[in-house]
Every structure is written in C-alpha cells, then in structure tokens.
Write a protein that binds this ligand. Structure first.
Ligand SMILES: C[S@@+](CC[C@H](N)C(=O)[O-])C[C@H]1O[C@@H](n2cnc3c(N)ncnc32)[C@H](O)[C@@H]1O
Length: 288
C-alpha cells in the first residue's frame, strides 16, 4: 500500500493535482467548480432545506450550498474521516461563519441520521471509493424525506481511455501482457474504482427505491502534450489514501524490473506527443 499520502485532506489538496502543469491545475479547478454547479442546479436548493454533503472532503459542495443558503439553513458536512471535517471546520472558524451548518462524522453506508430527515443529499466522487455501492445508495434513500433529491457525480473509470490505447506495440516491451493486465484491473469486480458504470448505478438506485432516476453519462474529450516525468506521476499517484497506485497494481502481476521498464517505455514513447483522452462520468439526479 502506498505511504505517499496519509489522509484524505492531504490527498485532496496535493495528489488530486499530481502530475499536472499550472494550466492543467487551473483547468481541473474550473472543471470541479462546473461539476459542483451542475449538482447544485439539479438539487434546486431552497433557503431552509436540510442539505447533506456526503463524503464532503474539502467541502466542495457544502461550502457552496452554505453560501447559497446565506448560512440560514442547515448544511451537514459529512465524512467518514475526521481530518476532512476538522479542515472544513477550521476554514469556517477562520471565516467567522458560526451558523447554518453542522459536522457529521459518519460512513455513508450507515449515516447517523434518522429516516426521512434530509431534503437534499449531495455527493461527488465518493461511491467510486466504496466497493459495495448498494448499501450506501439505500442509506441515502433512507435519510431523504419523501420528495427529497439525491444529486451526485461519479467518474466511470472503466470506460476511460486505457494506456494501451494511446501506446504503440512496437515501442513497448510486453505490450500485449500489460494490455491484458490493464483490462483485467479495469474489470475487477472487487475494485471500487472500476466495478461500476451507468447501468449498475441505475440498478442500485432503483433497488434502493428511487423511481425513474436520471443517470446522465458525460464523456469529456481532452488532449495535451505529455511532459517529462508525467508518466511517473500517473503510475505512482494513489487514487485515494490507502489504495494502491497503478504501479503497485502492476506489481501484483509483474516483477519490479518489468514494471519499471514498462514505465520507461511509456514515458519515452509519450513524451512530447499529443494524446487524446476520453474520460467518462455520470451525473445522478434522483427523487425519493
Ligand atoms: C474524492 S474525495 C471527494 C471529496 C469531495 N466530495 C469533493 O468533491 O471534492 C472522496 C471523499 O469521500 C470520503 N469517503 C470515502 N469513503 C467514505 C465512506 N465510506 N463514507 C463517507 N465518506 C467517505 C473521503 O473521506 C473523501 O472525503
């Protein structure tokens, strides 16, 4: 397991942008804000709604919801990890915000709230870190009031461009072996990052009780020129604290010398080359 990052707050602040140029960081930040704003538009927030941001992290959704309610409603910053809540609370204290919110330490599979208490449940990139998504989605349904909304965004990583698609077999030793292993990793049913897509999410929502949930697929195409050192970042950066990096995943199949050689081949093939990537995600808009 990677020792690179100790907790979520640290990961969200540092690793989220690992391997990105300043222009890419600016683009990612703008994209995060755009995703946040779509979720909040779906949620149709009203002044006195009880709103929960589940897996709030650094408070991307909750801070904006608080601002939209002018600190007069009740926004619940909720996370499984105390470090995230502490950091959000510190920011609120430093900003002199004293009302309209509360902190709730709670895993989303067992949210410490009574049934039917929340008008809006918001979430971004949390289910992707949970192996078994059904209990979490059913729990969200339980805490929503009738007519309440669950509005979320989740990346669908298994539909993204894979490394083997942007490489050329002639320049990569063991290309076919790494292609087979990458496909196996991406389709592992026990890996929270890749074990779902729009169809399984829709099924989870329906099983939970949401009728006709909207699950909208978003495919984003991007292209950029690969810089020196970028591949090392891609391979060494863990997708979340405690989860293995791509390099560590490959080490379950190959010895270290083979993985290092693959990384070198990938870096030297891609450096200076413009690559086209496809990333997929879903927006969820479901009403109880
Ligand atoms: C990728 S971050 C997203 C943070 C934030 N929602 C955002 O959009 O910036 C994932 C968050 O989910 C939280 N998390 C992971 N597993 C969780 C669980 N089982 N229950 C609640 N929160 C969880 C983590 O602590 C982290 O804050």
């Amino acid at each position: 397991m990677s020792e690179i990052c100790k907790n979520w707050t640290e990961w969200l602040k540092k690793n989220r942008f690992a391997g990105q140029t300043p222009e890419m960081i600016e683009q990612t930040t703008k994209w995060l804000e755009a995703v946040r704003d779509v979720i909040l538009v779906y949620a149709e927030i009203k002044p006195y709604d009880v709103i929960i941001d589940i897996g709030t992290g650094t408070g991307l959704l909750a801070f904006k919801a608080l601002e939209m309610q002018n600190c007069q409603g009740r926004v619940i910053f909720s996370d499984k990890f105390q470090d995230c809540l502490d950091d959000c609370k510190r920011i609120l204290d430093e900003s002199g915000v004293t009302s309209g919110y509360e902190m709730l330490l709670s895993p989303c599979e067992h949210i410490a709230l009574p049934e039917s208490t929340v008008h809006k449940a918001l979430m971004r990139s949390v289910l992707v870190h949970i192996v078994n998504k059904q209990p979490a989605i059913s729990e969200i349904y339980r805490i929503l009031k009738p007519g309440g909304k669950f509005c979320a965004f989740e990346p669908v990583i298994r539909s993204n461009t894979r490394y083997w698609e942007i490489l050329h077999p002639m320049y990569i030793e063991k290309y076919e072996d790494f292609k087979r292993v990458e496909n196996e990793i991406m389709e592992n049913p026990l890996d929270s990052l890749c074990n779902f897509d729009q169809d399984t999410i829709r099924m989870n929502l329906e099983i939970a009780g949401f009728s006709v949930p909207e699950v909208k697929v978003q495919e984003v195409k991007s292209n950029y020129v690969v810089q020196a050192g970028m591949v090392e970042q891609w391979f060494n950066n863990p997708p979340s604290p405690g989860q293995p990096s791509t390099k560590e995943r490959y080490l379950q199949y190959f010895d270290e010398a083979t993985v290092n050689k693959y990384m070198e081949d990938v870096q030297s093939y891609l450096t200076g080359r413009e690559i086209n990537l496809k990333t997929n995600a879903v927006f969820i808009n479901a009403t109880k």
